[in-house]
Design a protein. Structure first.
Length: 66
């Protein structure tokens, strides 16, 4: 019973992180580590700033309401 509850909570957490794009930095870190291992990694804050700047420059990158 406990493991089923734990799996359910884990699944909901994964779904919410994907839905809100909270996992974007984790995917970026995995990509850089696999494809560009010598490249420096930005901090999460720097990554979010780069992502927001890119979205502001090109509205096709994602919807931003404010």
């Amino acid at each position: 019973m406990r493991s089923a509850l734990r799996r359910a909570i884990s699944s909901v957490r994964w779904y919410v992180r994907e839905l809100t794009d909270e996992s974007a930095y984790d995917r970026y870190v995995a990509h850089v580590g696999a494809d560009h291992p010598d490249s420096p990694l930005p901090s999460r804050r720097e990554f979010e700033r780069m992502r927001t700047d890119r979205q502001d420059k090109d509205p096709r990158q994602g919807f931003r309401c404010c």
